[in-house]
Design a protein around this ligand. Sequence first.
Ligand SMILES: [Fe+2]
Ligand SMILES: [Fe+2]
Length: 227
Amino acid sequence: MSAEQTKPSLTGEEFTASLAEENRVALERLAQLSTAGEPTPDLSIERLLRIALKNELEASEVAAIWMSTTSELDVKLALARQTGDEAKHYRLIADRLKALGVDADRIDPREGGYSPLFEYLRALQSTAARVAAGQFTREGIALVRNQCFIDFCEALGDMETAALYRDVIQPDEMQHHELGRRLLTLYAATENEQQVARQAARRTLELAEEIQEMARLKAGISRAPGC
Ligand SMILES: [Fe+2]
Ligand SMILES: [Fe+2]
């Protein structure tokens, strides 16, 4: 343990519990913002599923980038699983779009560039920051957003899209989030790691909120699913 990595005042478990509480407050706010305002008539499920494709691609790609540069074996394997799961979500959503009459093969979610959240996450180097931001927090955001989207689908009577999210996608996102929680207790064990992890989680939430607000103000988009 180096000089900066002094014995932390919180254990990994205590730190994770405190970060969970901090995130819970921020996520409640994000959920409120996600459902703010009456949906405009042109806010269709198809439109929101297109945004979902972009989020799934970015989640898969970040996990893949990190996998190759993370040395801890359990984290590396967790990232490998996430890479595959998010790619599977992409395919399921593309299939759902096709069933709704959209030519999903012609959609390239990279048009318009990657999001600022993607750029932020991909640059994170420390395992504690990656697990805190990418798995524990981003997947926590996905759970909240997806639930808002499920409610919206049900309100519009699209039970099939709602079921896809509720029964297939959400259990995976929950698994990613819970894996993040477990890995965080292991890899946010020093004062320095805890500081880096908390900062990364906060910045992830800030960026998610900024992107969401921008989409709402510029394009009237709300209730979009996460990843
Ligand atoms: Fe996920
Ligand atoms: Fe996903």
